[in-house]
Structure formats: C-alpha cells, structure tokens
Design a protein around this ligand. Structure first.
Ligand SMILES: NC(=O)C1=CN([C@@H]2O[C@H](COP(=O)(O)OP(=O)(O)OC[C@H]3O[C@@H](n4cnc5c(N)ncnc54)[C@H](O)[C@@H]3O)[C@@H](O)[C@H]2O)[C@@H](O)CC1
Ligand SMILES: Nc1ncnc2c1ncn2[C@@H]1O[C@H](COP(=O)(O)OP(=O)(O)O)[C@@H](O)[C@H]1O
Ligand SMILES: [K+]
Length: 497
C-alpha cells in the first residue's frame, strides 16, 4: 500500500479526474467508504455529530452524514463555517444533503459547540484534511478543543483536523482521534512519532481511483502478506552453502551477548553457516548460546569468504573498534551490514561507503542516525522520510531507520515502512536480534530491499505474536523474539514446515 504526501494525493485526484471520475463522484465514493468504515465503531443507539469544514474534507462530511441517516443512525450535520465558504464539490453534496430532506445545522458560537457535544456520544471530524496549512484558525481551534475535552468517541475522516499530512511540522493543534478512516492512502504523518498518536487506530478506505492511472509513488508499507509473497523458499536439494555463509563481527569481553543474539537470530532465520569474529576472551561466554556457530580470529578473518557480513554490535566505541570497522569497510567485498557501535565509529569515514560496489546496509535507531547526520534527534524524528532518502542516496546505502515505524530506504530512494512490533522491543538486545535476521535475509533474497523489509517485519511480527501468546510488552526479551521465530515461520509458509 502506497504512502503519500498531500501533493501526491492531489496528483491522484487529478489523475482520476483526467480518467473521467468527476470530483463529486470521488467525494461520494470517499464519503460512503468512510461512513461504512466508521459505523464499525458506532452503535445504532449512539447520537452522532458530524463536524463539517470548508474544504473537500467537509464535502466528505455531507456524504457521511447522509449515508448514516440513510442507514438509520441518529446524526446531526454541523457546518462550522459560513455558507459562502462551502464551494465546488462540497456545495454540490450539501445541496444533495438538503434535497434529501435533511437540515444542515450551523455552528455560530462556542455555546453551540458545548450544546452539540452534550447531546452526542460520537463525534465525527470532517472539518479539515490534507489541505490544512499552519496552526488552526477559529472556529476550528475552539471546536477541536471542546471535542478533545468531551467524553465521547472521537472519529476522524482522512486526517484528524489540524494534523499536517506531511513531515517537518512541529507545532500544531489537533483533534485527538480515537480512530481515523484514512481516504485512499496513508499520509506521511500516520507514521511519525509526533503526529501518529493523533490518529488513534486507523485504516484505509478505497475510493475508486483506478490504480493504473495513479502516478507512481516510491514509498509503501511492507506487511506480513508481502513477506509471505517474497520469502525465499528452501529447496529440498539444498545444502548449508545454499542458505548463506555469514560472518558476525561483534561482541567483546563486556558485551558478549550482542554477538550471541545476532548469530542465533541469523541461524534461527535460516542462515546456512555463521562464523563469529569476537574478542578471544568473549568466546566462552558466547559459544554456549550458539553451539552451531564457529569462531574466527579478528586478526586473520577472511572477509571475502562470506556471503554477508554483519559488524558492529557490542564492539565498543574506542580506537580499536574504529580501526576494526575501518578495516571491515575497506576489505569486505560482499554485502555488509553495520549496526550499533559500528555506526558510531563509522561517522569519521562515511565517505568510504560511496566507493563500495556491493550493498552496504546501515541500521541506526534515531539517536545513531542523528549522530551519523550531525542533526538533532528531534530533527530526525520530525523528518525521517526525507532525511533517510537524502542519506541513502548520498552514500549509496540501504538505510534501515528503526523505530515504532521502521523506514527502509534503498540507495535509489525507494522506501518501505514496517509498522509491526510493539513497545516490548524498546529494550536492549532488540537491535542485535534484528541485525541477525537481516544478515540472513540479505544473503538469501533476490531483491535486497524486499529482503530487508521482510526482515524488519519478521522481527516486529514475531514480537507481536510472542506478546499475544504469553509474554507481555513489559517482560519481552530479545531472546524471546529469537526463539519466537520458529512459530512465525510456521505460520508464514507451509512449504517450510
Ligand atoms: N483524492 C483526493 O484528494 C480526495 C480528497 N478528498 C477529501 O478532501 C480533502 C482535501 O480537501 P481540501 O484540499 O479542500 O482540503 P481541506 O478539506 O483540508 O480544507 C482546506 C480548507 O481549509 C482551510 N484551511 C487550511 N488551513 C487552515 C487552518 N490552519 N485553519 C483554518 N482553516 C484552514 C483552507 O482555507 C481551505 O478552505 C481530503 O483530506 C479528503 O478528505 C475526498 O473528498 C475525495 C478525494
Ligand atoms: N515502541 C516500539 N514499537 C515497535 N518497535 C520498536 C519499538 N521500540 C523499538 N522497536 C524496535 O526494536 C528494535 C530496537 O533496536 P535498537 O534501538 O538498535 O535496540 P538495541 O539497543 O537493543 O540494539 C528496532 O527494530 C525497533 O524498530
Ligand atoms: K478530518
């Protein structure tokens, strides 16, 4: 499913119009689709108020109110702006609403809002959508404030009023939705840490824009269904060499667990062979947890003997670590993933990545990405899509920017978003497990972007499954996720069980 900016959404609208789908038709589709989606959250006995704003989001509101009334719900349509502001397609739908025998109520002052809210169980926000610019003006601001304070169910259409569609906007006032029925495609703000909570839960309704005429967007969600579709199959005649021979360069005397978890996660994800290059003194602490792995000495490791290398977890941030990562970046000829401490020390010679001919994969969380880019974490969280794209293009790398919504960017700028996972993963070790899964995926997948995207979903989806099946978000450990992988593989593909 594509993820769009406001501009890209307007371009779709335009393409649909050129294909003959008039704006009024699209608005009818949008309103009806949203109404049928929203009623899943409404009881027949609920009293509903539909707030209608000045633009096309308000137009959707007239269609929604008419559909709800037709279905036998008790709904009031409240236009929050003067009549002259209702124009174009929205005016057509207002006309149809009235011609259907319904009355348009008006919001005139703040007491009105309180009165309406006192009588309602459910509020549907069809005030503003992707057209919002800057902070809310009156009367929207007051109405939003009253709605947010009232004890009722808050639903929204397309976007909660006031939430910007795009990234980069820090300050805004917005309607706090419990659920949002998103029109046609999710907007960037549905995935950002500071805007996503305003949506509540959300899902997307299809409104009839022919996908063949929609301008291509190189940004989409990657889901469990996509993993099922693209997961590498395990050939009956395969041998261990067929599934990838990987090297994990990680761990140290004080941080042995990281290398153990990355290696174990790689093996649990199907890697054929895993070798570990760690500090000699750490070997006895690591080997009991991954009996299947072999060990190689860091001084003599043969970097070109592997189908994939993952480096950096638990190596520390001192001069030795820096020299190690420098050596690895210079001499590894195959695909190379760098994580954790490796990213920290990489900063001084990032330029070297541009010269690599085989894929480089960097897997920072926002703090590590801020360090790599010299930006603040706040900036990273405000504009992760554009910063990730610029960085991936500049250094020619695959960038996995981790978080509740993980953004995977290819060197050509194509982006995927993984929304699986839960706050149980916000715990040391989760990133190490992910690095191991990704190491296997990068060795086995025909498409690097598909493989990395699937690796992120395998990780998050497994955490979700394990939490549903006995663990909680409080006690979940990275090792639980690793040991949950077999269950995930069993549910994903009958050909591998
Ligand atoms: N493909 C599409 O683009 C479709 C869009 N539809 C709906 O149309 C919406 C977009 O319509 P519009 O472009 O009219 O945008 P909006 O419905 O968001 O409204 C824009 C209006 O709000 C006013 N406004 C902007 N910022 C404001 C602020 N800070 N305070 C107060 N008023 C402000 C503007 O002056 C303008 O009148 C979508 O969100 C969706 O709900 C659907 O009807 C059908 C298809
Ligand atoms: N609240 C959350 N919801 C979903 N996934 C999360 C959440 N917090 C963290 N994660 C995931 O957990 C992993 C954490 O990685 P990282 O920050 O590198 O952890 P570590 O410090 O353990 O290496 C990432 O895959 C990230 O997407
Ligand atoms: K809205």
């Amino acid at each position: 499913m594509d993820i769009v900016t406001a501009q890209e959404m307007y371009e779709r609208d335009q393409a649909a119009a050129e294909a003959g789908l008039a704006g009024t038709m699209l608005m009818e589709n949008a309103g009806r689709a949203a109404a049928y989606d929203l009623v899943k959250h409404i009881q027949k006995s609920d009293r509903i108020i539909v707030w209608i704003g000045a633009g096309s989001n308000g137009g959707d509101g007239f269609v929604i109110a008419r559909t709800l009334l037709n279905l036998g719900y008790t709904a009031e349509a409240v236009q929050v702006v003067p009549d002259e502001k209702i124009k174009g397609d929205a005016a057509v739908h207002k006309q149809i609403f009235q011609a259907s025998g319904h009355t348009v109520k008006k919001w005139t002052d703040v007491e009105d809002a309180e009165g309406y809210l006192l009588r309602a169980d459910v509020s549907i926000d069809a005030m503003l959508g992707i057209g919002v610019q800057g902070d809310l003006r009156e009367p929207y601001k007051q109405i939003v404030q009253h709605c947010n304070e009232a004890s009722l169910l808050r639903l929204a259409v397309d976007l909660p009023t006031g939430v910007p569609a795009d990234e980069g906007v820090e300050e805004f006032t917005a309607y706090k939705a419990d659920y949002t029925s998103v029109i046609e495609a999710p907007k960037l703000s549905a995935f950002l840490q500071h805007t996503q909570p305003w949506y509540g839960q959300w899902s997307v309704v299809e409104i009839g824009i022919p996908s063949q005429v929609s301008p291509a967007v190189r940004r989409s969600m990657w889901t469990v269904e996509d993993v099922k579709r693209t997961l590498p199959s395990r050939d009956d005649h395969s041998h261990k060499g067929s599934h990838g021979k990987g090297l994990v360069i990680g761990g140290s005397l004080l941080m042995p667990g990281s290398a153990a978890m990355t290696s174990r996660a790689a093996l649990r994800s199907g890697a054929g062979l895993i070798a570990i290059a760690t500090e000699e003194g750490a070997v006895p602490s690591i080997s009991p947890y991954v009996q299947e792995a072999t060990f190689v000495e860091r001084e003599t490791m043969e970097l070109s003997a592997y189908d994939g290398v993952a480096a950096g977890m638990g190596i520390g941030r001192g001069a030795d670590a820096r020299a190690l990562v420098h050596h690895v970046v210079t001499h590894t000829k195959g695909p190379l993933l760098i994580d954790a401490d490796g990213l920290y020390v990489l900063k001084d010679f990032l330029g070297k990545l541009e010269k690599r001919e085989e894929p480089t994969i960097l897997t920072p969380h926002p703090g590590e990405f801020a360090h790599l880019t010299g930006r603040s974490i706040k900036d990273v969280l405000l504009s992760p899509f554009s910063l990730a794209e610029a960085f991936a293009r500049r250094y020619g790398v695959y960038l996995v920017l981790k978080g509740p919504s993980t953004i995977i960017t290819a060197p050509d700028g194509e982006q995927r978003v993984d929304v699986t996972g839960n706050s149980g993963l916000a715990k040391g070790g989760s990133g190490d497990a992910l690095a191991g899964i990704l190491l296997t995926m990068l060795m086995q997948s025909e498409s690097m972007l598909d493989g990395l995207s699937s690796g992120c979903v395998l990780h998050g989806h497994t955490a979700d499954r394990v939490v549903q099946q006995g663990r909680s978000k409080v006690d979940l450990l990275a090792t639980d996720v690793i040991e949950g992988l077999p269950g995930t593989f069993r549910t994903l593909s009958s050909s591998i069980t």
